[in-house]
Design a protein around this ligand. Structure first.
Ligand SMILES: C=C(O[C@@H]1C=C(C(=O)O)C=C[C@H]1O)C(=O)O
Length: 161
């Protein structure tokens, strides 16, 4: 439903991580790419600013999203050490990253819509997040981190002129 849009976009962003992990595993690349993380964070803050959100307030959210993105990748990678099971062809990293960026942009726009309608993140919405973000490699504690970070996102303060 409309109320769950934020959570399904977060789930969508996380759903790309198995494919990212597979491409990196095949190429023997590290999971963590700090240069890319810097880019993702900068872009999220710019997009937030353009969407009337407080740019600094999206930092904890994107930090939590990138942390959980790495958690998922590390867990798949660990599994694949003992039971190699990449019997499919992942897309190139740049292609997957374009999809990830699209999910991030849509998430920010949806956050703006939601906060502008004065809909926040209460206990009921926490339970919805727990249900909708159903990435098998994430624990409830991982999801709880995302929820806590979501609660700090705020609209830009109105300018006093
Ligand atoms: C998803 C990736 O893996 C990690 C997670 C990132 C993210 O969530 O945006 C960015 C860089 C990596 O540290 C990636 O490399 O693109």
């Amino acid at each position: 439903s409309e109320m769950d849009k934020v959570f399904s976009l977060i789930d969508q962003r996380l759903s790309y991580m198995k494919e990212v992990a597979a491409d990196k595993a095949i190429k023997h690349l590290a999971v963590e790419d700090l240069r890319q993380e810097q880019k993702v964070l900068q872009k999220a803050m710019r997009t937030a600013e353009a969407n009337h959100l407080d740019a600094d307030s999206v930092k904890p959210l994107f930090t939590a999203l990138m942390e959980t993105a790495k958690v998922i990748q590390y867990r798949y990678r660990a599994d694949w050490l003992t039971t190699p099971q990449i019997d499919w062809q992942p897309r190139k990293l740049e292609e997957i990253r374009a999809d990830i960026a699209l999910s991030s942009d849509l998430l920010i726009k949806e956050l703006r819509r939601r906060l502008s309608a004065n809909i926040g993140f209460d206990q009921v919405s926490r339970d919805r997040l727990m249900q909708i973000v159903d990435e098998p490699k994430l624990s409830d504690a991982d999801k709880e981190r995302i929820f806590t970070a979501l609660q700090t996102v705020k609209l830009k303060a109105a300018k006093l002129t």
